[in-house]
Write a protein that binds this ligand. Structure first.
Ligand SMILES: [Zn+2]
Length: 422
């Protein structure tokens, strides 16, 4: 019986994969997309009957055209993609916090792309990249891994030797030796030597670890701060900024968030138990927040909940519920609210986790438009890619997807991707 169920789930998954048509637009000089409706600009404004000309992967022309008036020559163009009535074209999603080198479950679930065996990258990463594309994720920011495999993956994708979302890499996370996160970075003792290598690293941003992780047994407790002093953290941030790299800070507990804010980081990652005052400061200074609710929420769900007792489930539930409320508060205060999943963490799968995180934002009472903006334009800014990603606009990259239905009225439409342009 269980086998039959599993088979059905598997078949459904395969069908979904087969149903999605993928077009790598960057390969072609010119291509045209006609969308009966599209969500355009950073505001995701709905426009009807949009004809888009893509040149070398970028949106070169956007115009409203009556479908009856589409020129016959255009309809015959080998790279003319006419989207069916009922589909909505929108920018691909962005996940602002992943760990490509980690797999939340025993094995990655993405399909193995043809030729993957020849790629010099752990197969788990290749599968994670495929799983992200399958959910319409067109860009990610990686929060680091000990071997800096995220840098390698980013370079391979840029060189088009591997399909996948665009990656903003951080390489190895910066952590003090002996503090939390040995799987994210080797840890260092002498700061100045570590800073020297920062400029030459092929990374887009810098990840610093300012705290441990939240406790699932004692409510409100976070593993102790890393031993960064404010002066050291400031030195990291200033040096990173001089190298043109933004700094993402892993910081839970209001104490860790305070240290990160004083040091001038660009985004607070996780930020469990941060205070309303800190959110107000972030809004005023334009510091982004990526709350990553799903890695905690998933602990209270099957099958992971089996490893916790009732009291621990209670702590986990209170912790993520509080985070959901803070998301509502952050949105009301005008904090640049991004969306990241920490996928690769236990129980958090690459790709699907984005939709789960969006669902938690919906539970916070955020309008669907604000949730989609967090996962597109706001995330693009957090990744430092506003100039090229995160919205359907002139001169931006045509990383787009077409879904059945309209995600502004039903987020579940994002599960029904029919076209992926990348
Ligand atoms: Zn992380």
């Amino acid at each position: 019986m269980q086998n039959a169920c599993l088979r059905r789930v598997f078949c459904l998954r395969v069908e979904l994969i087969l149903a999605m048509k993928t077009v790598y637009l960057q390969k072609y000089n010119h291509a045209y997309i006609f969308a009966p409706q599209a969500l355009t600009g950073t505001e995701l404004a709905l426009r009807q009957n949009l004809l888009i000309k893509v040149s070398a992967g970028k949106i070169a022309v956007m115009e409203q055209v009556n479908p009856e008036a589409l020129p016959a020559a255009l309809k015959k163009h080998p790279r003319f993609y006419r989207l069916e009535e009922g589909l909505t074209l929108l920018p691909c999603l962005i996940d602002a916090h992943v760990h490509l080198a980690l797999n939340g479950r025993a094995a990655a679930k993405g399909p193995i792309p043809p030729g993957a065996a020849k790629i010099d990258l752990p197969q788990g990463i290749v599968q994670n990249l495929a799983a992200l594309l399958q959910q319409g994720v067109g860009a990610v920011r990686d929060g680091g891994d000990r071997l800096a495999l995220n840098v390698k993956a980013a370079k391979m994708i840029e060189a088009q030797s591997l399909p996948g979302p665009r990656i903003v890499a951080t390489g190895e996370a910066l952590r003090k030796a002996g503090s939390y996160g040995s799987f994210l970075g080797r840890g260092f003792n002498g700061l100045s030597r570590r800073l020297e290598s920062l400029a030459s690293e092929e990374t887009g941003q810098v990840k610093v670890i300012v705290s441990g992780i939240v406790s699932f047994s004692t409510y409100g407790m976070v593993e102790p701060l890393s031993s960064f002093s404010l002066a050291e953290l400031r030195a990291v941030v200033e040096h990173a900024h001089r190298c043109g790299k933004m700094v993402m800070a892993h910081a839970s507990s209001s104490q860790a968030v305070e240290l990160a804010l004083r040091a001038g980081v660009d985004s607070i990652e996780h930020g469990y138990f941060l205070s309303e005052r800190q959110l107000k400061e972030m809004a005023a200074r334009g510091i982004a927040w990526v709350p990553t609710i799903i890695p905690v929420a998933v602990q209270a769900r099957q099958p992971l909940c089996r490893q916790w007792n009732d009291a621990e489930i209670d702590v986990i539930t209170r912790t993520f519920r509080e985070q959901v409320e803070k998301v509502a508060c952050a949105a009301a205060l005008g904090v640049p609210l991004g969306l990241g999943t920490d996928s690769g963490a236990a129980g958090v799968d690459h790709g699907t986790a984005v939709l789960e995180e969006m669902q938690l934002y919906a539970e916070a009472g955020l309008p669907f438009q604000a949730i989609l903006q967090a996962a597109t334009a706001v995330n693009a800014a957090i990744l430092g890619l506003s100039h090229c990603c995160g919205s359907l606009e002139l001169n931006k990259e045509a990383r787009l997807m077409a879904v059945r239905g309209n995600p502004l009225t039903d987020l579940k439409a994002l599960q029904k991707i029919e076209w992926l342009f990348s």
